[in-house]
Design a protein around this ligand. Sequence first.
Ligand code: NDP
Length: 317
Amino acid sequence: TRPGVAPLVQLNDGKQIPSLGFGTWLGFSKEGGLEPVVDDKVQRAVEAAIDAGYRHIDTAAIYDTEEQVGKAIQNKIAEGVVAREDLFITSKLWNDRHAQKDVVPALKESLAKLNLTYLDLYLIHWPIAQYANGTYYDTDYVETWKGMIDAQVLGLARSIGVSNFNITQLDRLLTMTPVKPAVLQVEVNINLQQAELIKFCKEHDIAVVGYTPFGSLFHNRAAPDAPPPRTDNQTLLKIADKYHKTIAQVNLRYLVELGVIPIPKSVTPKRINENIEVFDFQLTQNEKDLMKAFDKNYRTIPVTMWIDSPYYPFNKK
Ligand code: NDP
């Protein structure tokens, strides 16, 4: 593979998705809630990512980064670096727009912010319907999915999928509606390897996009109780040295070999360049076995605040 190019993966609807993407969520703030988007660092990061060769960009209505992603795309198209059809742009429907009739208007708002006429992929961000004030409402995600199908029929989203759904929830979509999700986006990293979910998705030809691909690898992100490894882990350092790669790259490569499409986020140009250079080496079975041992079914992003919703997708441990 040429440097800085992620091979394409076939989706079940005939479209293709680049096998690595770029995350644009700024994360939680130290005070709680989402980190506010105050300057143009996301725009600059997306521009650096497109220059580095990323063609798949992940955003969401709730991240408040759609406008900056849109500006970066316009700039790179104007500079002649990419054409719109070379890019794969994903956004996500927030929980307060789950009524079937609200999906297309919400998508149109995202398109206006992104300054685009269509998305490559639109996802239901969570299976949970909530009013803007945070209280739940009763809309079943199957109804929401019908709104997603409407959006696809209108050509506003070329592919549609879901995020943070469990197997039971995916199965309900498969049995109750005529259109299969093309993609499931969930947390996947060395501490949360999601073997069962990935197996289910493989059987049903649903592509798995892995968010928070670094999990708790970096000390500043890891909670005090997070299981190893961190970046000083000797097993990972040895593998990284062998391939002249960084531990970050070895982790992304491992996810690619699990059949997952990772979407690492960085606002640091050096790391942005580093994170896409994972298609010129391959891990041995022994190395993959060593990395498998770090799978602890541990979530870096637990999202426990919705644990009392009937649609909460994760184990209520
Ligand atoms: P990531 O696992 O991508 O980690 C991001 C952090 O790692 C940042 O602090 C970044 O620092 C740092 N980092 C990135 N690359 C390197 C490197 N090579 N060396 C050292 N540090 C590095 O976490 P995210 O939670 O951001 O997940 C990725 C994306 O997934 C999100 O941005 C979002 O698009 C999506 N997502 C989707 C969710 C969903 O519910 N569907 C939930 C969570 C995320 P810095 O930026 O300072 O360089």
